[in-house]
Design a protein around this ligand. Structure first.
Ligand code: S3P
Length: 460
């Protein structure tokens, strides 16, 4: 196997312009890029991936709010996390990207300064929802804006709890721009109507600044990076299986941390490897937080061979080495419903996209949330699978993708959605003929190195 250099050594295109673009958030170039994906014969190699997007968002937010200077190695290279850094900088934090790729954040010590312009969250729902929670407990009026996709996504889900705590939040038809006036908040006991780690974090960040106990309850335990990161920055929080309580107000203190490799980025490579009987991929220092690792179980049940070694904990986040190999028998069948659908929400597009290459198909239900992500991912997955010659049935809350279908190359419509770009680049590896991915640049929202790494591990 060839040894790949860590991607974190590559310059981050999104940070190059951070100094000038501070108040504008991170946007991708206006030009649209087309990529041709040729079928592959096999997938082989070893990878160390850039830092997890969800963890990087939280470290940027908490580091920017804390007392002191934090340093984050292997910080996410995606445009989304650059948006969070830009927002925190606009609110008074100092952000520096060092030569080594380490991001240094000097926090505002619990009190932000009012920015002179709207806070631009770019394409990032995490940025908008979580920054809003932080600002709800601050003095002043703030406006959060986003790009066209983010401006279509539901924000009512943060307005309700933040207003119940005493902040004033104004939306247009439930959407951004978010106009927010911070207040002396009162604590709440809040049950999220749809499982959402972003909403949970929004309420916890408001609760961090609120006198008394703020509790968030959820029917499905969503990713718990905020809980782990809050503790790492020195906050006390109490957890049960279905609730998190923070007793505010509490100060945060700077940390030095290495962000684990992004398992949701690795997912595209796991699925690519699973498609080829003789494949082998090794991932070093990958984030394996149990609230994020359900894909490993699903791929194992499908027939891929997966092993995890060298497990360790970094700031309470589980990190390890993962080996993935395809099996000679090929992939079987999977049904993803209920809480599993919520826990796999970011991985569902790529799982659906490899569905035709399984023997028994992939069934997805209870995933209505996919319709309000960066695009309507149910509609777009169905449309692109059909363009590649597959039969697929679309449901309000999911998809049935029958197995045993041969795909042919096609033109893929991606609507600026990074996960659709990468999902269909993977499906294309086993199609007949070449596939044209339109708007391929949006992979950089979460994973700018995606195509370079795919070229490195795909044998043709
Ligand atoms: C995220 C939570 C998920 C996920 C998103 C990142 C996070 O969204 O889809 O990519 O970092 O908290 P929801 O919390 O809205 O389900």
């Amino acid at each position: 196997m060839t040894e790949s250099p860590p991607c974190s050594l590559f310059p981050n295109p999104c940070f190059d312009t951070l100094e000038e673009d501070l108040l504008r958030g991170a946007h991708l170039p206006a030009t649209t890029e087309e990529r041709i994906i040729q079928p592959a014969r096999n997938i082989m190699g070893s990878l160390r991936l850039p830092g997890d997007k969800s963890i990087s968002h939280r470290y940027a937010l908490l580091g920017g709010f804390a007392e002191g200077t934090s340093r984050f190695s292997n910080f996410s290279t995606g445009a989304d996390c650059a948006s969070t850094l830009a927002c925190m900088q606009a609110l008074g934090a100092k952000v520096r990207t060092l030569e080594s790729g380490v991001v240094e954040v000097t926090g505002v010590g619990g009190r932000v300064t009012a920015p002179s312009a709207p806070l631009d969250c770019g394409n990032s729902g995490s940025t908008m929802r979580m920054v809003a929670g932080l600002l709800a407990g601050q003095q002043g009026r703030f406006t959060l804006t986003g790009d066209a996709s983010l401006s279509r996504r539901p924000m009512e889900r943060i307005r309700q709890p933040l207003e119940a705590m005493g902040a004033r939040v104004q939306l247009t038809d439930g959407h951004a721009p978010v106009h927010l006036e911070g207040a002396n908040l009162k604590p709440i006991d809040y049950t999220t109507p749809v499982p959402s780690a972003q909403v949970k974090t929004c309420v916890l960040l408001a609760g961090l600044q609120t006198a008394g106990e703020t509790t968030v309850r959820e029917a499905v335990r969503t990713r718990d990076h905020s809980e782990l990161a809050l503790r790492a920055f020195g906050a006390r929080i109490a957890r049960t299986l279905i609730s998190v309580t923070i007793d505010g107000p509490q100060p945060l203190h700077a940390i030095e941390a290495t962000v684990p490799g992004d398992i949701s980025s690795a997912a595209f490579f796991f699925c690519a490897a699973a498609l080829f009987p003789g494949s082998g991929l090794v991932f070093d220092s990958l984030g394996l937080n149990p609230t994020r690792a359900a894909l490993l179980d699903v791929l194992t049940a499908l027939g891929a061979r997966i092993s995890v070694v060298q497990l360790e904990e970094k700031h309470a986040e589980l990190v390890g080495m993962v080996q993935v190999a395809g099996s000679a028998e090929g992939l079987r069948t999977a049904s993803i419903t209920g809480s599993l659908a919520a826990r796999l929400i970011d991985e569902l597009p790529v799982l659906a996209a490899i569905g035709p290459h399984t023997s028994g198909g992939i069934r997805i239900r209870d995933a209505r949330e996919l319709r309000v992500k960066e695009s309507d991912r149910i509609a777009l997955v169905a449309k692109n699978l059909r363009a590649m010659g597959a039969e697929v049935e679309e449901f309000d809350d999911g998809l049935d993708v029958p197995g045993g279908q041969m795909l042919h190359g096609a033109e893929i419509e991606t609507a600026g959605d990074h996960r659709i770009v990468m999902a269909f680049s993977v499906a294309a590896l086993r199609a007949h003929g070449e596939t044209l991915i339109r708007g391929a640049e949006s992979a950089a929202i979460s994973f700018p190195e995606f195509f370079d790494l795919l070229d490195r591990v795909a044998e043709r």
